[in-house]
Design a binder for this molecule. Structure first.
Ligand code: GDP
Ligand code: MG
Length: 372
């Protein structure tokens, strides 16, 4: 690999840089401290200095996600879990309106005077069956999560305004949805408008490989209006039917693995992260690691601003207690001790630093260790 510089090599070997440069020079290689060493040079140098060089990927060093991951597929104790939904669509087609309409229609049921607050995700109930929605604008959070391999989304809702049809961003999200492999439900929004033309939308969507069930395809199109509330129940029913087919499972009895939907620094509360639990149960008091930050769950706050003791699979809450603000899409996991949390976080910090370094200099994520 060509991502280690002459001075870095000298540092690793604890040799004066001039020695390294001299050896290279004697072999006819003119290099200065900032030049990158190729594998040939590294081989020559390790012979000359009598060291054995191993190239390691630092990612292998801190694989807590793999260390701690729990294989749900193989778990006989896995039980049914609610679906997690992401809503995508062209700007102004009604994503925010739809999320707000579902939330205000459903989320406070049974919560006397509950004041809902925006925390980036919320759970509603349809006939007693929970459904969790990721409540962040656009598909940014989805992208961030995918990039980090924290695919929490089970079902994608593509909103298309029935009076406007397929637009560039609709095409974009169709592609994203296809790539993700998650099942799609199309919300034909703004059906209250006189100019609504659902057949036009169905035709356009069919051209993009998303054919409505009533046109012989396999995608459900639900006519609705985020404005009047018409069709919202149909949408939720359809989500439940789709989820049933997916046979979603998790084991609530293992330590939590969750994904950060969004996070910020909040006055008086410090770093606060909204998470969706993928597996296990996250509890107040748990030692947690989240990328390079760590801590202990000081409080869990739900979308009604209420303090809760724990959240199970597919459920969401704000987590207070991390030492720094993690990025969206990061994995937050419960570990067995404060020491373990600190260790994982530190390793991850080192890894991120390396990655940053190699990005600013040259490619790859590899590091070099030398054993004398
Ligand atoms: P987003 O950009 O996809 O989040 O779209 P918004 O939810 O912000 O909606 C864009 C505009 O469309 C706003 O002015 C909404 O009031 C309006 N709108 C959203 N849904 C409906 C609907 O079902 N019917 C009508 N008539 N207007 C809607
Ligand atoms: Mg919006």
């Amino acid at each position: 690999p060509e991502d280690i510089r002459v001075y870095e090599f000298a540092e690793k070997l604890k040799r004066p840089m001039s020695d390294v440069i001299k050896v290279l020079f004697d072999l006819g290689m003119m290099m200065t401290k900032n030049d990158f060493l190729g594998s040939d040079e590294i081989e020559v140098l390790s012979d000359e200095f009598g060291v054995e060089v191993t190239i390691i990927d630092p990612k292998d060093e801190f694989n807590y996600e793999e260390d701690l991951a729990h294989d749900v597929e193989e778990d006989p104790n896995a039980v049914k879990r609610p679906p997690v939904i992401t809503i995508m669509g062209h700007v102004d087609h009604g994503k925010t309106s739809l999320l707000d309409a579902i939330r205000s229609a459903k989320v406070t049921e049974g919560e006397a005077g509950g004041i809902t607050q925006h925390i980036g995700a919320y759970t509603v109930e349809q006939h007693g069956e929970p459904i969790t929605f990721i409540d962040t604008p656009g598909h940014a959070a989805f992208g961030a999560m995918r990039q980090r391999g924290t695919d929490v989304t089970d079902i994608i809702i593509i909103v298309v305004a029935a009076d406007d049809g397929v637009k560039p961003q609709t095409e974009e999200v169709i592609k994203i949805a296809k790539d993700s492999g998650a099942p799609v439900i199309v919300a034909l929004n703004k059906m209250d408008k006189e100019t609504a033309n659902p057949d036009l939308v169905k035709g356009q969507m069919a051209e993009h490989g998303m054919t409505s069930v009533d046109w012989g395809g396999d995608v459900e199109f639900i006519p609705l209006s985020a404005k009047t509330g018409m069709g919202l129940d149909d949408l939720l029913e359809n989500i439940l039917i789709t989820a049933e087919v997916l046979d979603l499972k998790a084991n609530p009895k293992v330590p939590a693995k969750s994904a950060v939907v969004e996070a910020s620094l909040e006055k008086g509360r410090g770093p606060v992260a909204t998470v969706i639990v993928q597996n296990g149960t996250l509890k107040v008091g748990d030692n947690i690691v989240c990328g390079s930050s760590y801590g202990r769950v000081k409080a869990l706050i739900d979308e009604n601003g209420k303090q809760i003791k724990s959240i199970g699979p597919s459920h969401t809450a704000q987590v207070a207690g991390l030492d720094t603000v993690p990025p969206s899409g990061e994995v937050l996991m419960a570990v067995s001790s404060d020491k373990e949390a600190k260790e994982y976080a530190h390793k991850r910090y080192e890894y991120d630093r390396h990655k940053e370094l190699s990005k600013s200099t040259k490619s790859t994520l590899e590091d070099m260790t030398a054993m004398i």
